[in-house]
Design a protein. Structure first.
Length: 440
């Protein structure tokens, strides 16, 4: 068991920087303060050595394996590492048998399974009886949604902790420590500016392992003077990250300026400008999922029912970005951006909601008309809930003259369709509906 533990967390000089600098305790751990901050539940579990079965879910390089290593260093339990890539059912059963014997001797066993989503159902099932009877405490790490990738019975016995991509300031703090820590470059003289470290942090896009690997490559490829000083130049930095340091300032103003430029270029039906601002964002290291979310908003706010397919395409682009990430997903976002730019424009849905929102806030106490209230109990029926309700499907026109708005808002209109694209058809349909209701 001890050998398995050491193989995951041993610290040797020939290891990559990310491995050498792996935090040994919670004080060195960066980010995830919602889980590991003072008084937070996971921190208490670790400090008090009261570990229960759990799943760490989050993107690469955010601390899932690191938290496992911290638990391994802190716990009095035996700690075994499993890789879902190389371990089969035979290995699982062998270790489970050892853990069961240890339990009989009063020894707890923690089993850490990295990339648990790669285990098939049969392999996951092999853990289940041992988790149920307490032979092992299972800790799994996954980049995939455990709701879909982890056996339901197993998942129900595990607490899921969601880890987020690290913030730029967290990564910058980590990189500064790498420069001064003896496990990193602390024994060398490194001349690197805070701005350069921030560029590396932004390029890493929330991934600590990526940030440290990039820093290591930058330092190893920088100039060394006669006195041993290693100087990181802008040129060597750009060569290592294969991207120029694009303007994305510290306080985030330029971030919002550029997403605004993208949104307004699409609204103005200018695909060339839209693609340019898209490239500015992506090449500066912006999260493609953030861009995809903004495009999805645009699809309903600025296109809407003028082209309902726009929302479908925006959601598809988001899913494609989630599946394959950068740089490959840039073409999916380009397709979405160009489509939104060329689509007919309508903001009628946005205006409808914003107008209705004002009335909803003002009329919060306005009761739902009795005719459209649900009446699941006899008492409710006796109080006339649902009395006079007309089922539209039972009519030839699929329409009724039933009142659905509160009395104070009777006759109020919120949705005013435009003549743009397909919305012209919806406008004609709505006009017919309103005319029918007037005559009935």
């Amino acid at each position: 068991m001890e050998q398995n533990q050491k193989s995951l967390f041993e610290n040797e000089n020939n290891q990559p920087l990310a491995s050498r600098l792996r935090p040994q305790n919670l004080e060195e751990f960066v980010g995830q303060t919602h889980l590991t901050g003072e008084g937070k539940i996971l921190r208490k579990f670790i400090e008090e050595d009261k570990i229960s079965s759990m799943i760490f879910w989050g993107p690469p390089g955010v601390g899932k394996t690191t938290l496992a290593s911290i638990i391994a260093n802190k716990t009095n339990s035996a700690f075994i590492n499993f890789s879902a890539v190389t371990s089969g059912i035979k290995e699982i059963k062998t270790v489970m048998a050892e853990a069961e014997e240890a339990r009989k001797m009063g020894q707890k066993t923690i089993v850490f399974v990295d990339e648990i989503h790669r285990f098939n159902k049969a392999q996951q099932d092999a853990f289940l009886p041992f988790v149920e009877k307490g032979s092992i405490i299972l800790i799994g790490a996954t980049t995939e949604n455990p709701s879909f990738e982890v056996n339901g019975a197993l998942l129900s016995r595990c607490k899921v902790f969601v880890l987020h991509g690290l913030k730029t300031e967290d990564l910058t703090k980590l990189l500064k420590r790498a420069i001064t820590d003896k496990r990193g470059f602390g024994n060398q003289k490194i001349n690197v500016s805070d701005e350069q470290l921030e560029i590396v942090a932004k390029f890493a896009n929330g991934d600590a392992r990526n940030a440290l690997s990039t820093l290591e490559m930058v330092v190893l490829n920088s100039d060394v003077s006669k006195d041993g000083m290693i100087t990181v130049t802008q040129e060597s930095l750009e060569q290592c990250i294969s991207k120029k340091s694009l303007l994305y300032d510290k306080n985030g103003e330029e971030h919002y300026n550029i997403i605004s430029a993208l949104h307004k270029s699409m609204r103005n039906s200018d695909p060339d400008a839209a693609v340019y601002w898209l490239a500015r964002m992506l090449e500066a290291g912006e999260d493609p999922l953030y861009v995809a979310r903004r495009i999805t908003r645009f699809a309903s706010e600025d296109v809407g029912l003028a082209d309902p397919h726009a929302l479908e395409l925006a959601v598809a682009a988001y899913q494609a970005c989630h599946f394959i990430g950068m740089p490959e997903c840039s073409v999916h976002l380009t397709q979405a951006v160009v489509y939104m730019s060329l689509a007919p424009k309508s903001n009628s849905l946005y205006i409808a909601y914003e107008t209705a929102k004002k009335d909803a806030i003002k009329e919060l106490s306005e009761p739902v008309p009795l005719v459209i209230r649900n009446a699941p109990t006899k008492l409710m029926k006796d109080l006339d809930y649902g009395k006079g309700y007309q089922y539209a499907h039972d009519t030839e026109e699929k329409l009724t003259n039933m009142q659905c708005l509160p009395d104070s808002l009777l006759g109020k209109e919120y949705y005013y369709p435009t003549q743009q694209g397909l919305e012209a058809k919806y406008k004609a349909k709505l006009e017919k509906i309103k005319e029918w209701k007037k005559t009935h």
